[in-house]
Ligand binder design. Sequence first.
Ligand code: PLP
Length: 379
Amino acid sequence: MIYLDHNATTPIAPAVREAMLPTLDGLFGNPSSIHEAGRLARNAIDQARRDVASFVNVHARQVIFTGSGTEAHNLALKGVALRRGKGRILISAIEHSSIRGAARDLAGLGFGVEEIPVTGTGVVEPAEVRRRLADDVILVSVMTANNETGVLQDIAAIARDVRAAGAVMHTDAVQAAGKCALDFSALGVQLLSLSAHKLYGPKGVGALVTDGSVDLSAQVSGGGQEAGLRAGTENVPGIVGFGAACALAGQSLDARSERSRELRDRFEQRLREKFDATVFGNTAPRLGNTSQFALADMDGETLQMGLDRHGIAVSTGSACHSKSTEASHVLLAMGVPVETARGAIRASFGAGNTQADVDALLAALADVRRVLPTGAVGW
Ligand code: PLP
């Protein structure tokens, strides 16, 4: 299989696996136990916390481990809103379903939720956020990088206005982490979410990074783990793997992202030469590994299935959308016509990819295009 779906998830890196193995074997203690077995597990978590913290340039005490990026988002949005009790929440129109779902829950509880529009290239203009800020806005959430298009946002500029208006600024940095440099203080946010499985770590572990100034209401109550904000015996293997993945990403970020960008750029250049293709968000600052595109008159799901038959894994957008025939809300928010949006597929390059994978993708696209009649949906 040629795997070109690294924005959906990544394989566990060998160094991460090595770091995790002892936690599946001898290092089995409960980190809350005070005997030696417990202390060893606690030490492993402490080291992982330091590794995650230094990856985003914060102190270890600012990292709260969660069960996923989705859970980190829920802790951020619901944690702020339920503590404040009332108010308005602004999210961008292109947020991942994990933010949209948490916001929808809060709307159901009576909080006002408003979407900030984006430009045709998928950019959230700071002025659009500023125009909506008012005394009753308690929280603003804008993603650092979009999972479908890879488009990057000017989080620092948005955060400056949000904080000046007295609201809390959260960013979903799940896709940016490991693909571009991330510095919590430089972004100027109060809350930032991460997920291990997007950066060659294990699934089922994430983190909410906080500046310590925000009073959060715990979303999982119980034994008081994670500073009382996320109870439950810690996922030691997952957390240790997350720490190792962050340490690795810190060391290999430049080489990794440069390589992915080269592959992506060469792919897009040849895509345009060979096909009548639209590439989404390509004039905005973007993650170097991501290419979301559509071929004229081709249905995205059909194209994806055709590539799968050639042993090539790509996505129709967000992995959560892959079973749905709905057009991407991200592309619709960018003003892409619904028929074009239905044609979208996403190739996201990663550490193991080579030029031969790009060649194979282009050849397979040509073959699927040749075999399938224009406008064909399904096999
Ligand atoms: N945010 C973005 C932008 C994502 O792409 C994803 C995963 O697809 C998530 C959040 C959810 O992270 P997790 O899978 O750890 O819940």
